[in-house]
Every structure is written in structure tokens, then in C-alpha cells.
Design a protein around this ligand. Structure first.
Ligand code: NAD
Length: 265
């Protein structure tokens, strides 16, 4: 078993990383940053997003495990005092592997088309404030958006930014993407649906901004300033991200514990 480990970089995460490495060495696990089977993140959900982007080119080969230094996260389901148990499981147990959908984002400029994978969401905002862009669904014009921005999330990302925008929470066993609006302006010229839209795997949407507009494109925690964008095509990606589950932690339990508390009564 070859593993790679990425931590948040703060003192506690670094200490836990060292602790993990010595426990892992004692159980015969091999650190390997180039071709790991298992990628661990120690920090929070943001650290797991970073780990995903570090190893996205090997997304078909690796499984991810997240350790949280604070409360349990949406991707980080082990806690800081459970490292010994986790290492023991990794050394002795075949995990259940669960795969969640990703979004493929193709950004088309005159010169090039660049493709990205997002684990949580893609966001589009204008640097100048108001974003104006057409939204096509399956190559047909659907609406003309004007407002603060557009957020397109994966099912596992639906509990992140999307939820703050009033989007629905989607179970990650459903191959879909969700388009949510960020403060849309609605009048006779610019008219949007006003509610979020869920597209199935075989559909795609295409955002058509003014190529002169300076955009901030977000892929999870990463922000890419861009101009000259002709269109942005979003679809459910072909590869999925895989998580190694050494013990069950169902998605709806995460949602309940994340937003309601462990005792809902
Ligand atoms: P971060 O690590 O501080 O994350 C911000 C918060 O989002 C944390 O509390 C984290 O636990 C939570 N989070 C991340 N992914 C989640 C998910 N799938 N479900 C539920 N909560 C989740 O900051 P970062 O590293 O920049 O994280 C980027 C993420 O933060 C984005 O992908 C986005 O989902 C989220 N975000 C949320 C808002 C908002 O709710 N208004 C705004 C910006 C970004």
C-alpha cells in the first residue's frame, strides 16, 4: 500500500502528519508522492480539495481519505485522535470504495480550450461586479443571466456554496450537476428561472459571457482571473472521485451532523 499525505500546513496538522508517518512505517505502509494508491489529507474539507487537485491526473487510480483537525467535515471523516485506528484499518482491511461525480468544465477562448475537474463546484463572477452571460442548455438558449454570478455544483459540493444559495442537497449516488444563481437581477431584458436547476449526466450547459468581460472563474478553492472567454461548457465528468471508507458514514448522517447536530430531537 503506497500512500501520499497532504496536510494544511498549520502546527497541529504537521504534528499529526508526522504521527501518521511513524504509525504507517511501523505497519509497513510506504509513502509515495508520485504514484500513491491512497491519498490522505489532514486539515479540513479545504485540505481534501487541495489533495484532490494535486492528484486529479490520477483520479481513476487513487482513493482519498480525509482527517479533520476540528469537527468532522464533509470529506474529512476521521478525527485527529483516531490516527492509530485509521492506520490499522489501512494496513489490514479492504475498504469499501465509494465514487462521487465530478464536473468537467471546458473553458473556450479564441486560442485554446482548457479543461478542469471540480469536486465541489465551478463559480463564475465578473471582476467588475455584475455578470452578464447567456445560459444554454444542450445547445439551446435557455436564459440571459445578469447578477452576481453562477455556481454549478457536484452532488457532494451541493452541501457547500450551493447550499448557501438555496440550492438543493443532492445525494452523490445521483450523476447530476446543479446550476444555482447568485443574486440574479430580473426584469424584462434579463430573465432567469430564479430557482436552481439539476441536469442529468447526459445533458450539458454552456455559459456564454461577453468575451471583453474580465471574469473570475472558480474551480473549488482555486480562482482563475480570465478574459477573452467565448464559452464555458459544464457537464458531469466521465471520471469520478473515489473515497476509501474503512467504516460506514452515510451521506445523510454527514448532512445531519453538519447542519442539524447529532441529536435532531
Ligand atoms: P474552507 O476550507 O475554509 O471551506 C469553507 C467552508 O466550506 C468550510 O467550513 C468547509 O468545511 C466547507 N465545505 C467545503 N466543502 C464542503 C462541502 N462539500 N460540503 C459542505 N461544506 C463544505 O475554504 P476553501 O478551501 O476555500 O473551500 C472552498 C469551498 O468553500 C468551496 O468549494 C465552497 O463550496 C465553499 N464556499 C462556500 C461559500 C458559502 O457558503 N457562501 C462561499 C465560498 C466558498
Amino acid at each position: 500500500m503506497k500512500y501520499a499525505l497532504l496536510d494544511r500546513g498549520d502546527r497541529l496538522s504537521r504534528e499529526l502528519s508526522e504521527q501518521f508517518h511513524s504509525l504507517a512505517a511501523a505497519r509497513g505502509l510506504t509513502p509515495d508522492d508520485n504514484s500513491p494508491d491512497l491519498v490522505l489529507s489532514i486539515g479540513g474539507d479545504g485540505t481534501l480539495l487541495q489533495a484532490f487537485h494535486r492528484f486529479k491526473d490520477r483520479v481513476r487510480e487513487v482513493s482519498f481519505v480525509g482527517v479533520h483537525t476540528g469537527h468532522l467535515g464533509f470529506y474529512a471523516d476521521w478525527q485527529k485522535d483516531e490516527l492509530q485506528e485509521l492506520v490499522e484499518f489501512i494496513a489490514t482491511k479492504e475498504p469499501r470504495r465509494v465514487s462521487y461525480p465530478l464536473i468537467q468544465v471546458d473553458i473556450v477562448t479564441d486560442a485554446v480550450t482548457s479543461s478542469y475537474l471540480a469536486l465541489n463546484e465551478f463559480t463564475l463572477k465578473s471582476v467588475d461586479g455584475t455578470l452578464v452571460a447567456g445560459l444554454n442548455i444542450n445547445d439551446s438558449p435557455f436564459e440571459m443571466f445578469r447578477g452576481d454570478g453562477i455556481v454549478i455544483s457536484t452532488p457532494s459540493g451541493s452541501t457547500g456554496y450551493n447550499k448557501s444559495l438555496g440550492g438543493a442537497i443532492i445525494h452523490p449516488s445521483i450523476d447530476a450537476l446543479q446550476i444555482a444563481e447568485l443574486a440574479s437581477i430580473n426584469n424584462r431584458v434579463y430573465r432567469t428561472l430564479g430557482s436552481s436547476i439539476v441536469l442529468p449526466k447526459h445533458h450539458h450547459c454552456d455559459i456564454v459571457p461577453d468575451p471583453e468581460e474580465q471574469l473570475n472563474i472558480g474551480i473549488d478553492h482555486l480562482v482563475l482571473p480570465m478574459t477573452g472567454v467565448r464559452s464555458i461548457i459544464c457537464r458531469v465528468a466521465e471520471p469520478k472521485v473515489t473515497f476509501a471508507r474503512y467504516r460506514p458514514y452515510p451521506f445523510w448522517n454527514r448532512v445531519r451532523e453538519g447542519f442539524i447536530g447529532s441529536d435532531p430531537r
